[in-house]
Design a protein around this ligand. Structure first.
Ligand SMILES: O=P(O)(O)OC[C@H]1O[C@H](OP(=O)(O)OP(=O)(O)O)[C@H](O)[C@@H]1O
Ligand code: HPA
Length: 206
């Protein structure tokens, strides 16, 4: 890795992730990384309908892509993979810092999760505070099972690896933007994920 980020090069240092990235399986066959995650998820959920809980705003692109691939597996196998997608909006970051204040924006009522096999889809697990709080909240609605798919897990001291069942990429401890991840609402629209530079942080600081 990393390849130079072309867009906004004066703000962003590197790009970590491209949606079309492939990895090579044993035996030489290439697979998209997201296809691999979808594969594991489909295997684990088996016959259970998947109740996807997408964590907004950061998780919307990853969730859309992941669900597409889960559906592809359904189409390519004889079984019908039932998926339903619901959303929860959480907010705790200001600039590049987690605040102690985690807000659930909108309804806290997730009773539709009761008895369901839930897949939480999150863009990034950084300090892990958001995911810990969300898991605690979700458990109160007594789902049948809960798994977490995280596109990125950050390598931070006391990193929260065990919170995430399906990990796209483990990344170094830098603040990243793009592919729906933001810095004060900027850069969500980038197609790839980059590290924001000091200059970028200063320019868009609130
Ligand atoms: O592991 P943590 O340190 O708790 O950080 C992870 C959370 O932070 C971001 O959300 P944010 O609060 O920025 O809201 P957003 O998704 O609307 O940007 C991200 O999308 C995760 O939900
Ligand atoms: O690195 C990050 N980028 C964007 N949002 C985030 N929320 C936690 N960590 C990050």
């Amino acid at each position: 890795m990393p390849t130079t980020c072309i867009l906004n090069h004066y703000l962003i240092q590197y790009s970590f992730y491209q949606p079309k990235w492939r990895w090579t399986k044993k035996g030489g066959k290439e697979e998209l990384w997201i296809e691999r995650l979808a594969h594991y998820i489909v295997d684990d959920f088996g016959e259970n309908a998947i109740m996807v809980l997408c964590v907004l705003k950061g998780g919307y692109k990853f969730c859309a892509d992941l669900v597409d691939f889960i559906k592809v597996f359904g189409r390519n196998s004889s079984k019908y993979l039932e998926t339903r997608v619901e959303f929860i909006r959480l907010k705790s970051y200001l600039n590049d810092q987690s605040t102690e204040d985690l807000h659930i924006i909108g309804s806290r009522d997730l009773s539709f999760l009761h008895g369901k096999s839930v897949l939480i889809v999150e863009a990034i697990v950084d300090t892990g505070k958001t995911m810990k709080a969300l898991l605690k909240h979700v458990e109160t609605f007594e789902p049948k099972m809960v798994k977490v798919a995280g596109l990125l897990v950050k390598r931070v001291p006391n990193m929260a690896e065990s919170l995430t069942d399906y990990v796209g990429f483990e990344i170094p401890n830098h603040f990243v933007v793009g592919y729906a991840l933001d810095y004060n609402e900027y850069f969500r629209d980038l197609n790839h994920i980059c590290v924001i530079s000091k200059t970028g942080k200063m320019k868009y600081k609130v």
